[in-house]
Design a protein around this ligand. Structure first.
Ligand code: SF4
Ligand code: SF4
Length: 87
């Protein structure tokens, strides 16, 4: 799980640059989460934020991304598979 605190953000963009899954973006010069479902909880954003504006709690993010991608890749005889909201 990832938590961002735009109030503590000084707008350096380092977290956006290091995120391998484009989870973060800048919005009015502050960090914003734009695709939380893609976060693999690698911690790179938190590690590179020197203002303490990001907190990453290791959980099941990586596993959920892998499972979701695998399900979507396999498909179901032409049917579109749904994924749980927020996963
Ligand atoms: S934990 Fe990793 S994947 Fe998630 S937002 Fe931060 S850098 Fe991106
Ligand atoms: S690294 Fe920290 S201070 Fe820099 S943009 Fe990201 S959240 Fe803001």
């Amino acid at each position: 799980m990832i938590t961002v605190n735009p109030r503590a953000c000084t707008g350096c963009r380092d977290c956006v640059k290091v995120c391998p899954h484009a989870v973060l973006a800048m919005h009015h010069k502050k960090v914003a989460m734009v695709a939380e479902e893609r976060c693999i909880e690698c911690g790179a954003c938190q590690l590179n934020c020197h203002d303490g504006a990001i907190e990453v709690t290791k959980g099941t993010g990586c596993l959920l991304v892998i499972i979701r991608d695998d399900i979507l890749r396999r498909g179901d005889g032409g049917h579109t598979l749904a994924t749980p909201t927020g996963v």
